[in-house]
Design a protein around this ligand. Structure first.
Ligand code: 3PG
Length: 413
């Protein structure tokens, strides 16, 4: 793969694909974690007198947080201390004129890339390079820097489409993420513990299967909807409210698959022993074996309980490697953030080399000032795809670009 130091950027136009897709509340971005993660790369390009064109997606069509990138440009301006111009266009004449007008060390933010229909589909590289987006912009671009690790599992035009048109270089964040994830995955230090929560249950099941089958993990601790699915697969009843919630999200079908994973690996997969629900306006914790379990018929589970937190924290103390993805509960509601925060804290306090990721849930690490985690990954789905042992289209594209352009004479060395 190309590294940033391989090229000269003086007066060159760089398309920087970042992933600044961030959590939003009432129309406002509430975490700048993904912005901070790409500052190193942007500053390097500006110091080397590049003309930087940034592209990102924000959410997807019809979602509430599907916003323009005007706010993204403002946040980046204040973090960089450099004005980031914004153009409400992606590859049309306005965008192209704005790119042509850029001077050395200036930055331009394109509109939300998913406002273009082509960017909402996943297609192989050959299709992506034929899109209007790639065809209109590639004549204006000298190099592409890809720092969108969190979207590395997506094969979309802005992420892979330029690979054979222009040298595509991996940014500092991309390099750092791959290095940390590879270290955790390949390490021979034991015990290796995976903590899987959140709602990306199918991806998490892929991870469980891959890491246990290939002896990359000694124990899996589950929470969030992943925990509900394994709890049901162990034969516990989680009540009507929770079963219909999983049904609505089409996750109930995963219980059978979880059951067959348990048939093979039962002792290595731990599930919560108690859960928290909201009852009469308060957090109430219910033991899985208690006679108050009828509450689960009426109330959705919103977090793991204190006994589970205690058990998981004890186990995490002894770990040498920890990989954690996704929250233990609905961390957006303060009373139900406890499980996520306490488990993340236990990871930070352990002596292990630890990685925590999970898209928007990493915001809680900064919000609650949790220290001691070795690597906070910006990836949610991308991180899960990596640990499921599947290939990431963006990494493939970076390799293809390197093979195609490695003999190019502008290379620095
Ligand atoms: C993420 O937050 O996981 C990435 O930005 C990718 O977003 P997507 O799942 O909408 O493609």
């Amino acid at each position: 793969m190309f590294r940033l130091s391989d090229f000269n950027y003086h007066d060159k136009v760089i398309f920087l694909r970042a992933d600044l897709n961030s959590p939003v509340k009432d129309g406002k971005i509430i975490s700048d974690a993904r912005f901070r993660a790409v500052l190193h790369t942007i500053r390097y390009l500006l110091e080397h007198k590049a003309k930087v064109v940034i592209g990102t997606h924000q959410s997807k069509p019809y979602e509430e947080d599907y916003l323009t990138t005007e706010q993204h440009a403002e946040i980046l301006s204040s973090l960089l201390g450099v004005k980031v111009k914004y153009v409400d266009d992606i590859f049309g004449k306005c965008a192209r004129d704005a790119i042509k007008a850029l001077k050395a060390s200036e930055v331009l933010m394109l509109e939300n890339l998913r406002f273009a229909a082509e960017e909402t589909k996943q297609k192989p590289l050959e299709y992506c390079e034929r899109t209007h987006f790639v065809r209109k912009l590639s004549p204006l671009i000298d190099y592409v820097v890809n720092d969108a690790f969190a979207a590395a599992h997506r094969s979309q035009p802005s992420l892979v489409g330029f690979a054979r048109m222009r040298p595509m270089i991996s940014g500092f964040l991309m390099e750092k993420e791959i290095k940390a994830l590879t270290r955790a995955y390949e390490s021979l230090e034991r015990p290796k513990i995976y903590v899987l929560g959140g709602a990306k249950a199918e991806d998490s099941l892929n991870v469980v299967e891959n890491v246990l089958r290939n002896e990359k993990a000694d124990l899996i601790l589950t929470g969030g909807l992943v925990g509900h699915i394994f709890t049901l697969a162990k034969g516990f009843d989680l009540g009507n409210a929770n079963i219909s919630f999983l049904g609505e999200r089409e996750l109930i079908k995963l219980v059978d698959r979880a059951e067959s994973i348990l048939n093979e690996f039962y002792p290595y997969i731990r599930t919560p022993v108690d859960f928290a629900v909201e009852y009469k306006g308060e957090r109430v914790e219910i033991d899985l074996l208690s006679d108050k379990k009828w509450i689960f018929d009426e109330r959705p589970i919103l977090d793991i309980g204190s006994r589970t937190i205690e058990k998981y924290s004890e186990i995490l103390k002894e770990a040498s490697i920890i990989v954690a993805n996704g929250p233990m509960g609905v961390f957006e509601i303060e009373e139900f953030a406890k499980g996520t925060i306490e488990v993340f804290k236990a990871i930070g306090e352990s002596k292990a080399f630890s990685i925590v990721g999970g898209g928007h849930s990493i915001a809680s690490i900064y919000q609650y000032n949790i220290k001691g985690i070795s690597h906070i990954s910006t990836g949610g789905g991308a991180m899960l795809t990596f640990f499921a042992g599947q290939s990431l289209p963006v990494l493939q594209a970076l390799k293809i670009s390197y093979e195609k352009f490695k003999n190019k004479k502008e290379l620095n060395q």
